[in-house]
Design a protein around this ligand. Structure first.
Ligand code: IFM
Length: 453
């Protein structure tokens, strides 16, 4: 399946409508200095009000699948208790509209918009949040489970835990190494509990998954092997270990021993987390080059994320993220399609029985509308080279089942606000006019002709 993806807070707007409660991103983006230009998701792409025309847009692009996320605070405004019917109905209309147009809905339960009321009681540092998430999953599963046959629990728990509670670049903006590690665990507990609830409530013969953003590590310094091992443990194996093998990696526990003994992992948790899934969602944008910092030379900090002072690498703060060779996207991320091929091959070697879906891949560039068109040649080139890389991986035996381009629409790019455009469709934020970029037309041709245009 080939299609595109978005996330609730990035596109919906209407943050005070339809009974929606506040999310951590409403609170975080209201604080001056947190988001470039003081932007917020209050209006975003106004997708909430433009649902029908956005569905028609997806149909005109010929998308086979559309990956969207459900805003928890629309379903449970305070993160627990009775569901908000208006919120459920909004997603019901979205799903019905997709099915009516022959587009497969892929529902993500959590793409970072935690109800603020739950953050007020500890957020992901609290075990209770995982139980609340299971209740939310059961509500959504019961409501949409007769129509949605493809589910993802979490999107990029790496970002939720380490950027949200470690570096502070993302909501809720906390900078506590212990909080980040507790969040790593409670997010995964939430994943396992939610899978159980989905399997209990969904009536379709559905596929279940989780989406991870893997770090593809490079580095040829004498210290790079150690740096790669550390970041692989924190970024990749901290999630694939519990979810796909039923254990935390021993070296991760050692590397973080100065912060915690991981006593918050209770007996039975790993059995809950380690459940069969039908495919693994893979988000890939670029590579990461590391070595250990010697403490003397000026330190590079090119880890590709907004530098806000706190570290997203608890226990491995001495890893140096080196500037990589270009070309770059407008995020400053290096363009490395071979990294995608390498990642897909490596995952299929590590987990041979597990099909893969690229749930996000795409690029931000400076786009301009000229005479009703957007000639985003760089994005077309980026996508062509990454699709080719995915194809090479398949030729090497990878069981790749889908490719979803990030993103359908230009949208609220978290700490960067509206300053970065990832869409295959341009959005004029003053008028909300949508203009399909050349990359969108390119994707349409690819889907129709099943070959790289
Ligand atoms: O916009 C984000 C998305 O929400 C999660 N994955 C990465 C994208 C680009 O930064």
């Amino acid at each position: 399946m080939i299609g595109s993806a978005t996330a609730s807070y990035q596109i919906e707007g209407a943050v005070n409508e339809g009974g929606r409660g506040a999310s951590i991103w409403d609170a975080f983006s209201a604080i001056p200095g947190n988001i470039v230009n003081g932007d917020t998701g209050a209006i975003a792409d106004d997708h909430y009000h433009r649902l029908e025309s956005d569905l028609d847009l997806m149909s005109s692009l010929g998308l086979e699948a559309y990956r969207f996320s459900i805003a928890w605070p629309r379903i449970q405004p305070l993160g627990s208790g009775e569901p908000n019917q208006a919120g459920l109905e909004f997603y019901g209309r979205l799903v019905d509209g997709l099915l009516a147009r022959g587009i497969r809905p892929i529902a993500t339960l959590y793409h970072w918009d935690l109800p603020q009321a739950l953050e007020d009681t500890g957020g992901w540092t609290s075990r209770e949040t995982a139980y609340r998430f299971a209740e939310y999953a059961a509500i959504v599963g019961a409501y949409l489970g007769d129509r949605v046959d493809c589910w993802t629990t979490l999107n990029e728990p790496w970002c939720s835990a380490y950027l949200g509670y470690g570096s502070g670049a993302h909501a809720p903006g906390r900078t506590e190494p212990l909080a980040a590690l507790k969040s790593v665990h409670h997010l995964q507990l939430a994943h396992g509990l939610a899978l159980r609830e989905l399997r209990r409530t969904v009536s379709t013969d559905a596929e279940y998954s989780v989406t991870l953003n893997f770090h593809v590590l490079r580095g040829d310094d004498a210290t790079s092997a150690e740096a790669k091992r550390r970041i692989d443990a924190l970024a990749n194996r901290a999630f694939t270990g519990p979810m796909l093998r039923g254990e935390y990696p021993a070296d991760l526990l050692e590397d973080t021993a100065g912060i915690t003994d991981w006593a918050f992992v209770l007996p039975g948790d790993l059995e809950i987390i380690h459940q069969e899934i039908d495919f693994l969602g893979v988000n890939y944008y670029s590579t990461t080059t590391v070595r250990m910092w010697d403490g003397a030379s000026p330190r590079e900090n090119a880890d590709g994320h907004k530098d806000v002072g706190g570290s997203p690498w608890p226990g491995s703060e001495n890893v140096e993220f080196q500037t990589q060779a270009g070309p770059y996207t407008s995020m400053g991320w290096n363009i490395a399609p071979d990294g995608l091929e390498e990642l897909l091959v490596s995952l299929s070697e590590q987990f041979p029985e597990l099909p893969l879906v690229i749930t996000e891949n795409g690029a931000a560039f400076e786009d301009a509308v000229e005479d009703g068109a957007v000639h985003d040649d760089e994005r077309v080139d980026y996508l062509r080279r990454h699709f080719a890389a995915a194809h090479r991986a398949m030729a090497r035996g990878v069981d790749l089942r889908g490719y979803l381009v990030w993103s359908l629409l230009d949208n609220f790019e978290w700490g960067y606000g509206y300053s970065k455009r990832f869409g295959i469709v341009h959005v004029d934020y003053d008028t909300q006019v949508r203009t399909v970029k050349d990359s969108g037309l390119w994707l349409t041709t690819l889907i129709r002709e099943r070959r790289l245009p």
